[in-house]
Design a protein around this ligand. Structure first.
Ligand SMILES: [Fe+2]
Ligand SMILES: [Fe+2]
Length: 244
């Protein structure tokens, strides 16, 4: 997952791209991001070395390696009313684009961090990009089962890429990953309590999926701690209180 959306100017009723239904240009449309990658390459990991080693070890362990089965059928089990169908498809499109946006951001960070000889950091982002690519691919397969195809690479080249300072990316991706975690786990808990509402096999995959997002959130928490100035002063204290 990637940072929350930013306002743009197109009217809310105009689809962004006829090939990508449910992607209206409104406040909640997922976007693509980049940041100060040269600055990210100066991340002072030694401040958090034990936590970093632990997180890298968890990512290398790849607990969900076999979870996102490419052969698993994802077609809906139940018919939906037109309104429900619209809501489900909109959810799939937004989630898929937002997972793909995370993949692109992490992949670019990984590539540039390797170039900057930050092997360990580059590897960490490479592993997060691996997870987001799996998530986006899975959602894309659920969309194909709905008869919708989205050309993600061409979509990313058509939509504007938004630049954020590194600190904003650290804060907003941290929040976005934790929100992603809660979204997947709350849907999972709701459907376990109300199995009659589980109308698609996709939802069966959410419990381990949410753990990927939780790990990504923990990694961004760690990266924030590698920049002590982000926590200092009135601004730092207010931000810490906000996150708590
Ligand atoms: Fe994800
Ligand atoms: Fe994530």
């Amino acid at each position: 997952m990637t940072p929350a959306s930013t306002p743009i100017s197109a009217p809310a009723h105009v689809p962004a791209n006829p090939a990508a239904p449910h992607l209206r240009e409104d406040l909640l449309a997922p976007r693509f991001y980049t940041t100060e990658i040269d600055k990210a390459a100066r991340t002072y990991l030694d401040l958090e070395r034990p936590a970093f080693e632990a997180m890298l070890g968890e990512m290398e362990a790849d607990y969900n390696r076999d979870h996102f089965d490419r052969q698993a059928p994802l077609a809906r089990w139940q018919a939906l009313s037109p309104g429900e169908k619209q809501a489900y498809e909109s959810y799939l499109v937004r989630s898929c684009v937002s997972e793909f946006s995370g993949f692109l951001l992490f992949k670019e960070l990984s590539r540039r961090l390797f170039q900057a000889q930050r092997q360990e950091l580059g590897r960490l982002f490479q592993l997060m990009a691996r997870d987001e690519a799996r998530h986006a691919g899975f959602l894309n397969r659920a969309l194909v089962a709905e008869g919708i195809s989205i050309d993600l690479p061409s979509l990313s080249s058509k939509r504007p890429v938004i630049w954020f300072p590194l600190s904003w990316v650290l804060y907003s991706v941290y929040l976005s990953e934790k929100i992603g975690y809660w979204r997947y786990i709350l849907i999972d808990r709701h459907l376990k309590a109300h199995p009659e509402n589980a109308f698609a096999p996709l939802f069966d995959f959410f419990e381990p999926w949410c753990q990927d997002e939780n790990r990504h959130g923990d990694i961004f928490n760690l990266l924030i701690r590698c920049w002590p100035q982000l926590k200092r002063g009135l601004r730092g204290r207010l931000l810490s209180r906000f996150f708590l």
